[in-house]
Design a binder for this molecule. Structure first.
Ligand SMILES: [Zn+2]
Length: 135
């Protein structure tokens, strides 16, 4: 089995609802995404996938949807206030934990036709969440 991993970094803010602790307050992260793509066979160039293809496809989506935005749960009462203030936000169905953001990115990458195996989102230099469809 061959695999490649592309790293993409982005800045985001969030806060967690139904959570007692520092993360219930608005705060930000310099997140690092690791995108694993696997294949048993290589293409005619000898690649699993061109790193440039992952970068162009995924980074374009990250830059337009998540980078320098507040990522908030859809029931967060701050949404209308931040919208009125012209702040860029991204609304999720679920609490914007690293786990749920990793799954969101996984689903986006997969929807772009990339055979993604696993996504890791490093929220801090010592903490990451990962998502894949199989173990
Ligand atoms: Zn956080």
């Amino acid at each position: 089995m061959h695999s490649v991993t592309k790293t993409i970094d982005f800045c985001y803010g969030h806060r967690l609802l139904n959570y007692e602790g520092q993360c219930k307050y608005l705060h930000g992260h310099n997140g690092i995404l690791e995108i694993d793509v696997e294949s048993t066979l290589l293409d005619d160039k000898g690649m699993v996938i061109d790193f440039t293809v992952i970068k162009q496809t995924v980074k374009t989506w990250i830059d337009s949807e998540l980078d320098h935005r507040m990522i908030l749960a859809k029931e967060d009462p701050l949404i209308p206030i931040l919208k009125d203030a012209g702040q860029p936000i991204y609304i999720m169905d679920d609490n914007p934990t690293a786990e749920n953001i990793a799954r969101l990115v996984y689903e986006q990458v997969k929807s772009k036709g990339i055979e993604v195996k696993k996504i890791r989102l490093w929220e801090t230099p010592t903490s990451y969440a990962s998502y894949s469809e199989s173990s």
